[in-house]
Design a protein around this ligand. Sequence first.
Ligand SMILES: Nc1ncnc2c1ncn2[C@@H]1O[C@H](COP(=O)(O)OP(=O)(O)OP(=O)(O)O)[C@@H](O)[C@H]1O
Length: 265
Amino acid sequence: MNQMTKPEKVAAMNEAKISAEKVQVFYGDTHAIKDVSIRIEEKTVTAFIGPSGCGKSTFLRCINRMNDTIDVCRVEGNILIDGEDIYDPKVDPVQLRAKVGMVFQKPNPFPKSIFDNIAYGPRIHGLARNKAALEEIVASSLQKAGLWNEVKDRLDEPGTGLSGGQQQRLCIARAIAVSPEVILMDEPCSALDPIATAKVEELIDELRENYTIVIVTHSMQQAARVSQRTAFFHLGNLVEEGATNDIFTNPRDKRTQDYITGRFG
Ligand SMILES: Nc1ncnc2c1ncn2[C@@H]1O[C@H](COP(=O)(O)OP(=O)(O)OP(=O)(O)O)[C@@H](O)[C@H]1O
């Protein structure tokens, strides 16, 4: 009996939160993602790296169907989250994007108060029973994003009045407010100075306790600092994926080695 249960347990521990199989993405005639299969582990930070134009953002956007919003874009293959096909016609993309939140390169707070930036998602998804419950969600989201102490006395002020780094943490808090399971980050620090970058990186490290995080970054130092897994893309192909430390110290493919040693890209 014990012999039966043990392998099952091991399999469960290795279960992927996100599993992509033979994904192809086309923008009209441009074949941007070529036959990409990857398993992304739960409560782990996975970094997507690779030279400009290799398809990192395109593949990231497949994970919450943001590419649906681009007319010429066509996605083929399978992407499962918790074993469920996210491209199934029964899946509502709005619900999917609450479960799979996204943070963009440039902080993009709504032209609303700090409070309303966070309250917006919970309101449209009906997550709070009353005003007190909404206030509780706003406070806890800002706390989780490490911003509460800086903004608790100015919740009625515009989100756009915060510094760039604070705005990015506001956007992370906004993503957290609808209780996502996965957070996609597309170069979240590229518009931030080194101090704000360090704060966001610290936050990413804390968030991985509760969320599965996928981050696109041009900074190999950042990938090395924040991620446990790294995937290297090149010309639309996923060249290799593995433990971050292995990818940076012992890459299997010459293209990865050339990229991480600065020979191209
Ligand atoms: N909206 C779009 N319409 C047409 N082609 C696009 C679109 N977005 C991306 N592409 C093309 O798809 C390919 C992959 O682009 P993508 O932005 O995913 O690469 P990336 O690795 O994220 O690049 P970068 O690091 O420069 O942001 C490129 O050839 C790009 O020109």
